[in-house]
Ligand binder design. Structure first.
Ligand SMILES: [Zn+2]
Length: 344
């Protein structure tokens, strides 16, 4: 039942079942892999199976029905701790780790050990990692930590050496499709486009399932396809669009990043057109739009567009005022496209 929620990663399900059957579970695991491939979902199912009051070493799977399973689902299991970096912070605060360690100093409430799931292990700094080391090394008997991160190289050696590494690969195209078709998309017509963007990471693709972001993307592409580009108007439009995401500036930045991801994909598709290729899965109208942007320009033009986008992303990450960043980006994109036409 429960493991069937996980698409892909079958070898790891079998490996954990085997390790539990042989009672050889390590006390800390580092799940490494790209964002959106299902690491967190896997970790939750693993936590549930460990805490489940019906699961046995011979049948290692959460039952989804016992009190423990229901408490994990509700986010109120007293022995399950899910912690991560607050959205408005760049690094993991030491207080977060101190609190997690404090919780592990007490005995398991329901007698099945404790599970700590640490999201964003990429963002541990020296201080927050150091505070965590002793508990990570010697958690109370029967307790385990699962740390999620995107790169092994980015981990501090002190953390790495205390964890067993489990690598999560991107999903195959058919697995990705399976995950996306299981979701209720606000606009089902987006499915082929999301598949095109996913590259094995359905979670990342699902972040782009909001039809409003696609509308904004189309607005920008149409604006940039005009013979005379109104860069200032475009900049204002996208800045307002980002600010419409909600009150918090973290939401504005998040929306801007997502829009940029769609636009970078559009530049990749346009670059493919310049060398006679066809972008997979774009609809006819969209293909015509990209083709008109590509027309008479070279692939280098679109490489410059992508580079300039990366620069804007870096600026957003440095908390430079979003409106300025986006207006500057539209201005540069307009210039690059105009230059591209002259050079061709
Ligand atoms: Zn259960």
């Amino acid at each position: 039942m429960a493991w069937s929620k996980i698409v892909g990663h079958r070898p790891w399900i079998d490996a954990f079942a085997e390790v539990v059957r042989r009672r050889r579970l390590a006390h800390a695991y580092l799940f490494v892999g790209p964002q959106g491939v299902g690491k967190r979902l896997f970790a939750r199912e693993l936590a549930k199976a460990l805490l489940c009051e019906k699961a046995t070493p011979e049948k290692f799977e959460a039952c989804d029905a016992c009190a423990a399973c229901q408490l994990v689902d509700a986010g109120t299991h007293p022995d399950f701790f899910l912690v991560g970096k607050p959205e408005d912070k760049n690094e993991m605060p030491v207080e977060t780790m101190r609190e997690l360690c404090g919780n592990f100093s007490l005995k398991s409430s329901r007698g099945h050990g404790k599970v700590g799931l640490l999201d964003d292990a990429d963002d541990l700094n020296e201080e927050s990692a150091n505070c965590f080391l002793k508990t990570l090394e010697e958690p109370p008997p029967g307790s385990i930590f699962i740390l999620l991160c995107t790169s092994l190289e980015g981990q501090l050696p002190t953390i790495r050496s205390r964890c067993q590494t489990i690598r999560f690969a991107p999903l195959t195209a058919s697995e990705t499709k399976e995950v996306l078709t299981r979701q209720e998309l606000a606009d089902p017509a987006l499915l082929p486009r999301l598949l095109h963007l996913a590259s094995g990471s359905p979670g990342r693709a699902l972040e782009l399932a909001d039809p409003a972001i696609w509308e904004a993307r189309n607005f920008v592409l149409k604006g940039l396809a005009q013979p005379k580009i109104d860069a200032v108007g475009l900049g204002k439009h996208v800045a307002e669009f980002a600010e419409d995401a909600g009150k918090e500036t973290v939401l504005h930045r998040q929306r801007a990043y997502r829009l940029l991801r769609l636009l970078v994909q559009a530049w990749q598709d346009a670059a493919r057109f310049t060398v006679g290729g066809e972008p997979p899965s774009a609809d006819a109208e969209d293909a015509r739009l990209l083709q008109s942007l590509a027309g008479g320009r070279s692939p280098e033009t679109f490489l410059s567009m992508m580079e300039r986008s990366l620069e804007a992303e870096t600026q957003i990450g440095r908390y430079i005022q979003l409106g300025l960043v986006l207006e500057g980006l539209m201005e540069s994109w307009a210039q690059i496209l105009e230059r591209g036409r002259k050079e061709a």
